[in-house]
Design a binder for this molecule. Sequence first.
Ligand SMILES: Nc1ncnc2c1ncn2[C@@H]1O[C@H](COP(=O)(O)OP(=O)(O)OP(=O)(O)O)[C@@H](O)[C@H]1O
Ligand SMILES: [Mg+2]
Length: 270
Amino acid sequence: MISITNIEKGFSGKPVIEGVSAEFETGKCNLIIGASGSGKTVLMKCLVGLITPNQGQIYYDGESFTSMNDDQKKIMRRKIGMLFQGSALFDSMTVEQNIMFPLDMFSNKTRGEKLKRVAEVLDRVNLSEAHKKFPAEISGGMKKRVGIARAIVLNPQYLFCDEPNSGLDPQTSLVIDKLIREITTEFNITTVINTHDMNSVMEIGDRILYMFQGKKEWEGTNKEIIFSKNEKLNSFIFASEFLQDAKDMRMLEMKGKIDNNRDMDDLLSR
Ligand SMILES: Nc1ncnc2c1ncn2[C@@H]1O[C@H](COP(=O)(O)OP(=O)(O)OP(=O)(O)O)[C@@H](O)[C@H]1O
Ligand SMILES: [Mg+2]
């Protein structure tokens, strides 16, 4: 489990993350959702140590990450895998070389052992034919899968995915979501995912943290989100009028109020 308490981060005096406390559970997909600019990426970068928060504590399974020295943080980072917003593959390297990179940096394996591990993770993300291809030669969904393979190659205990579905069609997004969820449960990883994809929220949102203008506005599960009365959350989730009407109708139906055509006409006329 990762827990954070009272995280604050600002740039040039402008607050971006304000007093955020939360817990991210082991073996679960913990989602951070919120509008563009609400602070999801900055919060995730604080969690993995790419940005130092101005205030607050971060604990990885009880160990205080914030009070570790640089050497201790380096050891900790080996337990962390990250899929960056936009995949961030090295264009001049093949798929195999991209995935080999963390092994070259952080392990003492022989070349044969490294190649075996690369083949294992590529197989795990159903890309066993792509070893020698360059990023420019594969599709967006395949790039995400290479990014996931690279993120898990060192057997991380913690996995961070920043917008794993950005730029993907709904069906490919579902494949990526399911893959992340399978890996999370299979290896009992603490997974944190930034997203504004509502399909992901409903599909894999074991725990959801909703950020609004740098603050934690709501938290709960994908079951609870449908019935939440939080207005900011609702206007984010049900952003289109169509979805808002669908939600209103569902709520009315549940209260047994759709009992005549006038209510229905009233809703449909809005
Ligand atoms: N290095 C930085 N210096 C100054 N401001 C920054 C920096 N990084 C982020 N910000 C600001 O922090 C705010 C939150 O940005 P962040 O990237 O976390 O948003 P986000 O929720 O991830 O958005 P998106 O959904 O578009 O990815 C934005 O106003 C952004 O301009
Ligand atoms: Mg972002």
